[in-house]
Design a protein around this ligand. Structure first.
Ligand code: FAD
Length: 301
């Protein structure tokens, strides 16, 4: 099933992201995570893709296949293109097809760490891979977006132009980078609407449960840490369990606000931690079933 059909059927799409185990860990280490997450009945689960050439990559297809085949949940395989040539991308697409995957999150991926020029590559940005997949296959296509601007971006208007092009080249819907202040997301939705972007935009939410994540967030994606959030960190940084609970409560507040504001969906970065997803779900059970009921009434009407 194409995930775009889920957006056509439902007013609100709720999904999880997981990552394959490191290459020196057996693949089975992710099985219990999937088992637990599947009980929470997300609309789909996405599986990340490592840097080009990483051994973990062939696990993306395998795990995405398991999610569909064993648990009957739709899956989305991430795919980055930077550093790959057409032959390699063709091989990955053939593997995904063989494993009955219908949806790809088409990404550029991060630039080489040595800062070398990327112009020599066959694919240099996400539009290249989106266009290539669209022209050469029948996968449903998702792409990434950045409510606070991509970390390399000097002008957020360029990011919106790029978003429009991603849609024109065949993106069905977008998943956002994580953010901790919903106002950035709402401003971004307004800008996308003004630009005429029609594809649904799912909000990426990561419950922050330890200090290491915060360093990662600021250095890798540049998300702004709101004052309210910093206060939580300052107060609970030396109490692991309290910080975890406060991080989950913060994410829940964000999600409830997003649902109340009518966003098309939430993509939860689970960090392969079913406990967090479970806690979020327990607190959202009624809200989620209420949005789902509303969607049914709307489609009947
Ligand atoms: P692009 O869409 O190409 O954009 C990158 C930057 O270049 C933006 O600033 C954009 O505005 C600019 N740009 C693009 N095209 C043009 C143009 N034609 N002219 C001018 N400027 C341009 N990484 C992984 O390695 N594995 C994963 O599994 C993974 N999953 C992710 C999932 C989500 C939801 C998100 C948000 C990110 C994920 N990433 C992943 C990280 C992603 O690979 C990086 O953010 C990467 O740096 C950019 O990828 P992109 O597809 O957004 O790039």
């Amino acid at each position: 099933m194409k995930i775009r059909d889920l957006f056509n059927e439902k007013e609100f799409v709720y999904s999880f992201e997981i990552f394959p185990p490191r290459h020196d860990y057996p693949i089975e280490t992710v099985y219990s995570t999937i088992e637990e997450l599947s009980k929470l009945k997300p609309d789909y689960i996405s599986v990340t893709y490592g840097a080009a050439g990483s051994i973990a990559n062939n696990r993306t297809a395998e795990i995405a296949n398991l999610i569909k085949d064993k648990y009957g949940i739709e899956s989305l395989a991430h795919l980055t293109c930077i550093g790959s040539d057409k032959q390699k991308i063709d091989n990955v697409l053939a593997d995904l097809k063989e494993k009955k995957i219908d949806n790809i999150l088409a990404l550029r991926g991060d630039r080489p760490e040595d800062g070398s020029n990327i112009d020599r590559f066959e694919f240099i940005n996400s539009q290249d891979i989106i266009r290539y997949i669209k022209e050469n296959s029948d996968f449903g296509i998702a792409a990434a977006c950045y409510p606070e601007g991509h970390i390399e971006s000097r002008d957020k208007n360029v990011d919106i132009e790029v978003l429009k092009r991603k849609e024109e080249f065949g993106t069905d819907y977008f998943i956002s980078q994580l953010f901790l202040d919903n106002n950035y997301f709402y401003d971004f939705l307004d800008k996308a609407e003004q630009k005429g972007i029609k594809a649904p935009i799912q909000a990426g939410i990561m419950p922050v449960i330890n200090k290491r994540q915060i360093e990662k967030i600021t250095s890798l994606c540049g998300a702004t840490l709101p004052k309210k959030f910093i206060k939580i960190i300052d107060k609970y940084e030396h109490d692991k369990d309290a910080l975890r609970d406060a991080g989950i409560a913060y994410a829940l507040e964000q999600i409830v606000d997003l649902i109340s504001s009518g966003v098309r969906g939430v993509h939860l970065y689970t960090m392969n931690n079913p406990y967090i997803a479970k806690r979020i779900n327990e607190n959202m059970d009624c809200i989620l079933s209420s949005v789902r009921k509303e969607s049914k009434v709307a489609s009947l009407g």
